[in-house]
Design a protein around this ligand. Structure first.
Ligand SMILES: [Ca+2]
Length: 245
């Protein structure tokens, strides 16, 4: 999730109100902006629930409150998630919740202060796969930090995960498995007279012409569906000529 802007709060995600249930797993939220709270994520009002797992939320901007903003009556948890960067204090990155011990808090006073550019490449690029992605960079604390058994076999690009990125095999935090290469099956293939739909191809059918319609010269002849083919039909010609039976 990147490049979005909100006139109020929640530049990337605004999870609002009773019944809002958002589990966000192995996702990257970066490069979003909001005018008020939650440059990356806001979770607010009564009884919304947002569960972050193995996700990366860093590099989102907001002039007030925090990059991730959670109000008191909402439910919010984050595990194996990377939050913030060294350019922010924890207070400027997180508001309304306490990070889990499994989280990486990359803020200046967090448990692993790290510059934003040492966490990920902040430019959406073609890193393989069907969509642009925000890749990690070498040495990122997100590499191999989501646990050895993340329950996934591929990343957003269709590249295998987990792969070893730092000597200790494990899934990476976020949408991209660093150093992994998408298989050819995950690449969009140009299909003649077809349309690519999320990694699969689907033939686009031609418009069907009604069986009781015939084109004669420049005129369209419509027959009643129950009438025989050789009976006269309603003739419609271009140029405003009056149809006749
Ligand atoms: Ca890895």
């Amino acid at each position: 999730m990147s490049g979005n802007a909100a006139a109020y709060g929640g530049g990337g995600i605004h999870n609002f109100g009773s019944g809002a249930r958002l589990p966000l797993t192995n996702s990257t939220v970066s490069g979003n902006a909001a005018a008020y709270g939650g440059g990356g994520i806001v979770n607010r009002s009564t009884d919304p629930s947002l569960t972050l797992s193995r996700s990366l939320v860093s590099g989102n901007t907001v002039p007030t409150t925090a990059e991730v903003s959670v109000t008191s009556r909402s439910s919010f948890t984050a595990t194996f998630t990377l939050l913030g960067h060294k350019g922010l204090t924890t207070a400027a990155a997180l508001a309304g919740f306490t990070p889990d011990p499994s989280d990486i808090v990359a803020t200046s006073d967090g448990n692993k202060p790290t510059a934003l550019t040492d966490i990920l490449d902040t430019t959406l690029r073609d890193n393989g796969g069907p969509t642009l992605t925000l890749n990690l960079v070498a040495g990122s604390p997100a590499i191999d930090a989501a646990g050895a058994t993340c329950g996934l076999t591929t990343d957003q690009r269709g590249a295998p995960r987990p792969v070893d990125g730092n000597g200790v095999a494990g899934c990476d935090i976020g949408a991209v498995e660093f150093g992994s290469v998408p298989s050819l099956l995950a690449l969009p293939l140009p299909i003649a007279e077809g349309r690519h739909v999320q990694g699969k191809s689907r033939r686009v059918s031609q418009p069907k012409r009604a069986r009781n319609v015939e084109i004669k010269g420049r005129c369209l002849i419509r027959r009643h569906a129950r009438k025989q083919r050789d009976e006269p039909g309603k003739r419609e010609c271009p140029g405003g000529s009056r149809p006749h039976i």
